[in-house]
Design a protein around this ligand. Structure first.
Ligand code: FAD
Length: 308
C-alpha cells in the first residue's frame, strides 16, 4: 500500500517541480542522494572506496523530453567517466535509457549510449556501463538494446543490464542474457507492475530472487546481487560456500545511505560490495521510490526535518 502510494507520488510532476527547486527538498534528499555536482559524486566515491567498496555512479534523471536534454545527459556521463579515470576511482556508471532519450529519438539514444560504452571500453583499466531497468514498458526495449550493444566489437566486457525478480518473465530473460555472457545486476524491482506480469507478494518475489540468484552465481559470469535483504544475503553466502564459489566471482550491491552497517560487515567478512551512488538535480522520483520501500524512512526524514 505505502509502496504504491510513493510510486504514485514519484510520478507527480507538480510535487516534483516544487521539491527539486526547494532548499528544504535538496537538504532532505541528502539522505539517499550524494549531492548535485560531479565533484560531490567523486567525493562520496572516494569515501566509499576508502571503506573497501567499489561504486556505481548514477546521474539522476529519467524521461528527458527533447534531443538536447538527451545529449546533455550523455555529455555529463562522458565527464563522469573522465572523472573516474582522472581520480583513479574504483567505479563504473549506471544509466537509464529514458535519460538518454529512448522515448524522444531511439537512434539518438543508441548513438549516445554506444558512445559511452566505447569510452568505457577504451579506459585503462576498462570501465563498465550498467543499463538500469525501468518500468515494464521498457523491459524488452532495454534488453534488445543491451544485447545489441554487447555484440558490437570491443564492447563485450563493458556493458551489462539489470533484471527484476518481481517480473515473471525474468527467468527467460536471464537465460538469453547468459547465453551471450552478459553481466547482470539482480534486484527485486522498484516500479508498480500489474499482477498479470509480476509476482505480488514479498514471499513470491523473494523466492524468485533466490532462485534466479543461484542461477547467476553458478553461471561463471561476474554478476551483482543488488539487495539489502539480510535473509537473501545470508542465503547467497551459504550458497557460495556450499558450491565453492569464490568471493571474487560476484558482488553484492547496495544503495548509498542504506544499511551501511551491513555493507561494512560484508566487507569485513571478505565479500565484494558495490555502492550505487546517485547524484544530480533531478532526484525526486528516485528519492520517492526509496521512501516507499521502508515506512521507517518517512519517519526518519520527518524527524530530521523537525530537528533542523
Ligand atoms: P526489500 O524487501 O525491499 O527490503 C529488505 C530490507 O532492506 C528492508 O527490510 C530494510 O531493512 C532494507 N531496505 C530496503 N530498502 C530500503 C530503503 N529504501 N531504506 C532503508 N532500508 C531499506 N530497481 C529497479 O527496478 N531497477 C534498477 O535498475 C535498480 N537498480 C538497483 C541497484 C542497486 C544497487 C540496488 C540495491 C537496488 C536497485 N533497484 C533497482 C531497487 C530494487 O529493485 C529494490 O526496490 C530495492 O533495492 C529494495 O529492495 P531490497 O532488495 O533491498 O528488499
Amino acid at each position: 500500500m505505502l509502496r504504491s502510494f510513493f510510486v504514485h507520488l514519484s510520478e507527480n510532476r507538480t510535487l516534483r517541480n516544487f521539491a527539486e527547486r526547494s532548499a528544504v527538498g535538496r537538504r532532505v534528499s541528502g539522505r539517499f542522494v550524494a549531492g548535485t555536482q560531479i565533484a560531490d559524486a567523486v567525493r562520496s566515491t572516494q569515501a566509499v572506496n576508502a571503506a573497501g567498496m567499489s561504486v556505481s555512479i548514477d546521474n539522476l534523471g529519467e524521461n528527458v523530453t527533447n534531443p538536447d536534454e538527451a545529449r546533455q545527459s550523455a555529455e555529463l556521463y562522458q565527464q563522469i567517466l573522465q572523472a573516474i579515470a582522472n581520480n583513479k576511482l574504483n567505479a563504473n556508471i549506471s544509466l537509464k535509457l529514458t535519460h538518454m532519450g529512448l522515448d524522444v529519438d531511439e537512434q539518438l539514444s543508441r548513438d549516445l549510449v554506444s558512445g559511452l560504452v566505447a569510452k568505457a571500453a577504451a579506459m585503462n583499466p576498462p570501465g563498465f556501463v550498467r543499463v538500469d531497468m525501468e518500468g515494464s514498458p521498457y523491459t524488452q526495449r532495454t534488453l534488445d538494446f543491451v544485447h545489441e550493444l554487447h555484440r558490437m566489437p570491443g564492447n563485450g566486457n563493458s556493458v551489462g543490464t539489470v533484471i527484476q525478480a518481481y517480473l515473471k518473465r525474468s527467468e527467460k530473460d536471464i537465460e538469453n542474457l547468459l547465453a551471450e555472457g552478459i553481466r547482470i545486476r539482480l534486484c527485486k524491482g522498484a516500479y508498480k507492475e500489474p499482477a498479470s506480469i509480476a509476482f505480488e507478494s514479498k514471499a513470491d518475489v523473494d523466492a524468485n530472487y533466490i532462485k534466479l540468484m543461484k542461477t547467476l552465481m553458478k553461471s561463471g559470469i561476474y554478476h551483482g546481487m543488488a539487495t539489502h535483504d539480510e535473509n537473501i544475503i545470508r542465503e547467497a553466502e551459504a550458497f557460495a560456500r556450499k558450491e565453492k564459489i569464490a568471493p571474487e566471482a560476484f558482488e553484492f550491491q547496495m544503495l548509498y545511505g542504506i544499511r551501511r552497517d551491513l555493507q561494512q560487515s560484508l566487507v569485513r567478512d571478505g565479500w565484494r560490495v558495490r555502492v550505487y551512488i546517485p547524484f544530480g538535480t533531478e532526484w525526486y522520483p528516485y528519492f520517492m521510490r526509496r521512501l516507499g520501500e521502508r515506512p521507517a524512512n518517512v519517519f526518519f526524514i520527518a524527524r530530521n526535518m523537525l530537528r533542523s
